[in-house]
Design a protein around this ligand. Structure first.
Ligand SMILES: CC(=O)N[C@H]1[C@@H](OP(=O)(O)OP(=O)(O)OC[C@H]2O[C@@H](n3ccc(=O)[nH]c3=O)[C@H](O)[C@@H]2O)O[C@H](CO)[C@@H](O)[C@@H]1O[C@H](C)C(=O)N[C@@H](C)C(=O)N[C@H](CCC(=O)O)C(=O)O
Ligand SMILES: Nc1ncnc2c1ncn2[C@@H]1O[C@H](COP(=O)(O)OP(=O)(O)OP(=O)(O)O)[C@@H](O)[C@H]1O
Ligand SMILES: N[C@H](CCC[C@H](N)C(=O)O)C(=O)O
Ligand SMILES: [Mg+2]
Length: 485
């Protein structure tokens, strides 16, 4: 078993009281999960302060406490460690506890508002196709080689993260591709990890409820690059005006990719169809199964990362042309009876704009576009009218509906969305709160040649209402309706 001294290696301590040689059985940052002989890490949260649970943690068997402020009354039998930032220290402690698994893997982190899951999943599929054992940490699922594990978060907390990385190492994985959300960066979930590379996809409006200002949101994303070691690569989208900002303070090797300007990795779209994309990448042309301009960016980032990880260009492109991408992203669920139904995870204004522009560009006939869209509760409210406005701009009919209302009243969310729909488009906009009913209505309204887009929930198989996740699957409902016709 490791001692407290072992797991504190590399953590800068303010004060330490008690025995540092004592053995530590386990780590927990939630008092409810403390085990006998464990270390409890007290973190100040948005709702409560973990420091208020130190006593409870000790009662439940914690023998050591890592905290930012020492309790006034301390027990002789307990070791107290004071640090500046408990969450950041927890990352280092977790990495030490699991023998620093990130150092034994090629760990690549992907950050950005949109495209993280797609890029990380494509990288996972690419390296698997190239014959490696690979790990994936994503919004849709976590994977250790072929084993699939449920994902609760886009980026797990540092304890779970290091546990998963350690399992990857023990299963013989050589690479891991992971999404790094802005929440994770601010909460130091990736502290203590050694990345071999960092990728920036893009940045647009999201999560301002949490970060408050766009500048703070940019700064959060930049943290990934600021912390990369000099042996790593930093790869950024040069067509996003914040791409260069990400590179400002990094020690890593700087690389850019672009469809529009000079960059280290360049691609050109040759054909963009509902069957896929033909791209010219580094002078080699190839077809890919993914659809839409935005996926040209994702594919180019994946190709560039493959090359930076020292794979052969041609082999990367051949393998990449055979893979499908992530579930619930521009997924053509039904294409029969002359009706095309697409499920997509667009839950930001930029993503919705991209997906609807793609549909607009690719439609060859005089068909109608019917969009079913909602916005999540307990999330950035300012994107609600904006997403409804975009839906109305590119669709012939819009059905505003519920997404994951969480603790909010869905009717209020819908009212806020409706405020974004211009007067002229209101006659083509309906509100049907019940998502199942909304999808059914879209199917009933669809005539031959029409396109239905159901956006916002993609791969999700639940609808979260007041803390309860009820089974819900956009794809299932579309299939039920359209195949039954
Ligand atoms: C906004 C946000 O990210 N909140 C996260 C944050 O919660 P918090 O600050 O409210 O924590 P808190 O409830 O005040 O508790 C503070 C501390 O006291 C501890 N505690 C609390 C109660 C108790 O009895 N005992 C105890 O020890 C808690 O374990 C915690 O350590 O810290 C918690 C513990 O790590 C997280 O579970 C929680 O994620 C919530 C559930 C969440 O929904 N997060 C989402 C927004 C998120 O992280 N999403 C990103 C993706 C975003 C994207 O799409 O880009 C993700 O990476 O998944
Ligand atoms: N490179 C991109 N640029 C803009 N939009 C994109 C891009 N890639 C995907 N999208 C759109 O964004 C949606 C979400 O994509 P994806 O799941 O890959 O992003 P994400 O960054 O992982 O999102 P999350 O923050 O929820 O984890 C897709 O369904 C698609 O509509
Ligand atoms: N990872 C994103 C997913 C949003 C998906 C959408 N369906 C919603 O529930 O708002 C978040 O937690 O903000
Ligand atoms: Mg994701």
């Amino acid at each position: 078993m490791k001692t407290l001294k072992d797991i504190l290696y590399g953590v800068s301590l303010t004060e330490l009281h008690g025995d540092r040689e004592r053995e530590i059985s386990s780590l927990a940052f939630d008092s409810r999960r403390v085990k006998m002989g464990g270390l409890f890490i007290a973190i100040k949260g948005l709702n409560v302060d973990g420091h208020d649970y130190i006593e409870t943690a000790i009662d439940l068997g914690a023998v050591a406490i890592l905290c930012e402020s020492l309790p006034e009354k301390r027990k002789k039998s307990i070791t107290y460690v004071q640090v500046d930032n408990s969450a950041a220290a927890m990352g280092i402690v977790a990495a030490n506890f699991h023998d620093n698994p990130s150092r034994k893997l090629n760990l690549v982190g992907v950050t950005g508002t949109n495209g993280k899951t797609t890029t990380a999943t494509l990288l996972f599929q690419l390296f698997q196709q190239l014959g490696y054992k690979v790990g994936l940490l994503s919004t849709v699922e976590n994977k250790i080689d072929h084993k699939v594990l449920d994902a609760q978060f886009t980026t797990p907390d540092s304890l779970q993260l290091n546990e998963l990385l350690a399992q990857m190492v023990s299963q013989g994985c050589t690479h891991c591709f992971m999404e790094v959300s802005s929440h994770a960066l601010v909460q130091h979930r990736t502290s203590g990890l050694q990345f071999a590379g960092g990728i920036f996809t893009n940045i647009s409006h999201d999560h301002l409820d949490y970060h408050e200002t766009f500048e703070a949101y940019i700064k959060a994303k930049k943290m990934l690059f600021d912390k990369l070691p000099k042996e790593a690569f930093a790869l950024v989208n040069a067509d996003d005006k914040r791409g260069m900002v990400m590179l400002q303070n990094t020690k890593a090797e700087k690389n850019t990719y672009s469809l529009k300007s000079m960059a280290d990795f360049r691609a050109k779209i040759l054909h963009n169809t509902l069957q896929g994309l033909e791209l010219d990448v580094d002078g080699i042309s190839a077809w890919f199964k993914l659809i839409g301009d935005f996926n040209a960016y994702n594919l180019l980032a994946v190709y560039a990362a493959g090359v930076l990880l020292e794979e052969e260009k041609e082999e990367v492109l051949t393998a990449l042309s055979q893979i499908d991408g992530a579930r619930g992203r521009f997924e053509q669920v039904y294409n029969g009876n002359n009706i095309l139904a697409i499920v997509d995870y667009a839950h930001t204004p930029d993503a919705l704009d991209n997906v609807l522009r793609t549909i607009d560009k690719l439609r060859t006939r005089q068909e109608k576009v019917i969009t079913v869209i909602g916005c999540g509760g307990n999330r950035d409210k300012t994107k609600r009218p904006e997403m409804a406005r975009i839906a109305a701009e590119f669709s012939n009919k819009v059905i505003l509906t519920s997404d994951n209302p969480r603790d909010e009243d869905p009717a209020v969310i819908l009212e806020e969305m409706m405020k974004g729909v211009p007067k002229v488009a209101q006659k083509n906009t309906m509100i049907i709160q019940d998502r199942k009913e909304a999808i059914r209505t879209a199917c009933n309204l669809a005539e031959k040649m029409d396109i239905i887009l159901v956006a916002g929930k993609g791969h999700e198989t639940y609808q979260e209402i007041k803390g309860v996740r009820n089974h819900f699957d956009d794809k299932e409902i579309l299939n039920e309706m359209l195949n039954g016709q």
